[in-house]
Each structure stands twice: as structure tokens, then as C-alpha cells.
Design a protein around this ligand. Structure first.
Ligand SMILES: C[S@@+](CC[C@H](N)C(=O)[O-])C[C@H]1O[C@@H](n2cnc3c(N)ncnc32)[C@H](O)[C@@H]1O
Length: 248
């Protein structure tokens, strides 16, 4: 498995270079974290569907959680990420998957030909992109006609709205020194449609923030999460998982 370096050093790259060693442990190792990990994986699996024998791309592969899911279903996966340290952790996790490739690359310059893949996933990444439009255009370029993109965004009009407004005002995550932006559903739709992608499914997820995981409130949040997959609660859930299709 080869890893090559990109030219640019955006803010998220700096943050995740330092976060890589503790990324999985901090987010997914606790009892609640493991539950969250399983929920996110199952939502992505349900939106991706059958992809055996297909070529998929993961944008912002991080430590490889979703490339592992895609590879388990029999897809050939290319994972790209701006952070070499995250890719090193991913490489370890993905050692058993010999056809999986990892590449250090900015999401706005994906090293693939036009119309060359059946699908792409990008999970927990769009909130960190100062220029999301250039990335959606780039993903749409490499998708075949009727190819799909499964992504998620933090939802501005949600239970966590007040905190989200502060994040958008500061352009920075709460408690973390990294660029962050919460999207409205309308903003996300227009971002996707501007790149020739049409929204096909919308699934809500109530993320339990790490700082709340040790409190009793976490159980209530999981209850709310369970009821947020479909309408009407999906539109006010703090995380929107979206499946979009390239129309031609
Ligand atoms: C929150 S992590 C998500 C990792 C993985 N998708 C997951 O959910 O576990 C965000 C990832 O996006 C990557 N990333 C941020 N901006 C990027 C960019 N412009 N191009 C490629 N990767 C980027 C970061 O390096 C980091 O690994």
C-alpha cells in the first residue's frame, strides 16, 4: 500500500496530524463511543447498499473506519486524506485488505480520471472544508453517471442549533482548534445540486458529543437518535447523512 504527499497544508491537516494517535481512542473506545461508531457504520452501510466488485472512493478516510466497511462488502476502495498521520493509522487497520489503496491528497484534487468510480463516501469531513464547493465538484467529476455520494454534515437547524451558531460565528469547532462549519439542509442541497448531484435519501443522527458521554443525558440522546432516522425528526437531527446521485 503506497502513501504519497500533497502540496498544501490547510488548517484541518495541521489539526489531524496531531490528533491521529488519539483519534479512535478519544471518540470510539468508550462504551458510548463504541455505540456511536456502530451507529455511524450502520447508517453508512444502509445508504451505500450493495457495492461488491465496484470501485469506491473515501474522501477524508481518516483512520479508515468506513473504508473498512466498504472493503468488507467487497468494494475496491481508494482512501484519500490530507493528513499523513491519519493515513498511517488507517494503513495499520486496513492491512488485511490487500486491494485497498491509500493516498495523501487534498480532496479538491482527487488523483482519479473523470467518471471512473461508482461511489464515494465522505463522513465527518465536510464540516472541516472551508471551500466545500470545490470538493463536491471534484467528487462529481470522478463519479460515473448515476454514481452516488454518501456524506454527512452537521445540521445548523437542529437540537444543537445554539452551539452551532457559535461555531459558525467563530469558524471553529467548540473546544477544538480546527475550522468547522454547520450547514443548513437548503445549503447542503444547493451545494450538491450545483455539482449535478440530486439528494435521494436523508437520514438523521443525534451525535452524543464526547464531553457529554459520561453524563446521564447520553442515554436520552441515544433514545432521540433512534427516532431520528426518518421524517419528521431527521430534518432537525444534529447530523444529516445524505445519499446523492449524479444525474448524468
Ligand atoms: C473527523 S475526521 C473523519 C475521518 C473518518 N472519515 C471518520 O469518520 O472516522 C476528518 C478527516 O478529514 C481529513 N480532511 C480534512 N480536510 C481534508 C481535505 N481538504 N482533503 C482531504 N482530507 C481532509 C482530515 O485529515 C481527517 O482525517
Amino acid at each position: 500500500m503506497c502513501i504519497t504527499m500533497p502540496n498544501e497544508r490547510p488548517d484541518a491537516q495541521h489539526f489531524y496530524e496531531h490528533e491521529a494517535i488519539t483519534y479512535d481512542k478519544r471518540r470510539w473506545a468508550s462504551c458510548y463511543g463504541a455505540k456511536l461508531d456502530a451507529i455511524q457504520r450502520s447508517i453508512v452501510r444502509s445508504l451505500v447498499g450493495r457495492c461488491t466488485g465496484q470501485t469506491w472512493l473515501e474522501v477524508g478516510v481518516g483512520t479508515g473506519r468506513f473504508t473498512e466497511e466498504l472493503s468488507d462488502t467487497g468494494a475496491d476502495v481508494l482512501g484519500v486524506d490530507i493528513s499523513l498521520s491519519m493515513l498511517k493509522v488507517a494503513r495499520k487497520r486496513l492491512t488485511p485488505y490487500t486491494s485497498t489503496r491509500l493516498l495523501c491528497s487534498d480532496a479538491s484534487a482527487i488523483p482519479l480520471p473523470d467518471r471512473s468510480i461508482e461511489g464515494a463516501v465522505s463522513i465527518n469531513v465536510f464540516s472541516h472544508l472551508p471551500k466545500p464547493y470545490t470538493v463536491v465538484i471534484e467528487i462529481a467529476r470522478v463519479l460515473r453517471p448515476h454514481g452516488v455520494l454518501v456524506l454527512n454534515v452537521p445540521n445548523l437547524f437542529s437540537w444543537f442549533g445554539p452551539a452551532a451558531l457559535v461555531v459558525n460565528w467563530r469558524n471553529q469547532s467548540l473546544g477544538r482548534q480546527v475550522y468547522s462549519h454547520w450547514y443548513t439542509l437548503a445549503e447542503t442541497r444547493s451545494l450538491l445540486e450545483g455539482a449535478g448531484l440530486t439528494v435521494r435519501s436523508l437520514v438523521g443522527h443525534v451525535h452524543v458529543p464526547t464531553m457529554l458521554q459520561h453524563l446521564l443525558v447520553a442515554d436520552a440522546i441515544f433514545w432521540l437518535d433512534k427516532h431520528s432516522r426518518n421524517a419528521p425528526l431527521n430534518k432537525v437531527a444534529p447530523v444529516l447523512f445524505i445519499k446523492a446521485e449524479k444525474v448524468n
